[in-house]
Design a protein around this ligand. Structure first.
Ligand SMILES: N[C@@H](CCC(=O)N[C@@H](CS)C(=O)NCC(=O)O)C(=O)O
Length: 90
């Protein structure tokens, strides 16, 4: 199966804010891999008080957060549904 690097904005890849041991983030990474998607991982600190960028991007501190062009999603179920809908049938 061929893979395609999807550029979601003019110069950018999808961005996933996450940390490695987060089980919800793991679900999203698995879906990304299954769909052969290329994306940027932004590893955030576990310490909530150091999550200013996540809060600035999504308005809340929990991860995973996906930024796909103009779309910002802050729940793993919403992210997975979005990925399947947008990239699932290629
Ligand atoms: N989206 C999930 C929650 C996701 C979640 O709880 N993520 C954890 C990391 S595994 C988190 O960021 N929690 C907030 C925190 O640690 O401040 C839900 O609505 O159930």
């Amino acid at each position: 199966m061929r893979y395609t690097v999807i550029m979601t904005t003019e110069n950018g890849l999808m961005r996933l804010y996450q940390f490695e041991s987060c089980p919800y983030c793991h679900q999203v990474r698995q879906k990304m891999s299954e769909l052969l998607l290329t994306y940027v991982t932004i590893n955030i600190p576990k310490d909530r008080s150091s999550r200013q960028e996540v809060i600035a991007v999504s308005g809340q501190p929990s991860v995973p957060v996906l930024v796909d062009g103009d779309v910002v999603l802050a729940d793993e179920n919403d992210i997975i549904a979005h990925l399947e809908k947008k990239y699932g049938k290629r």
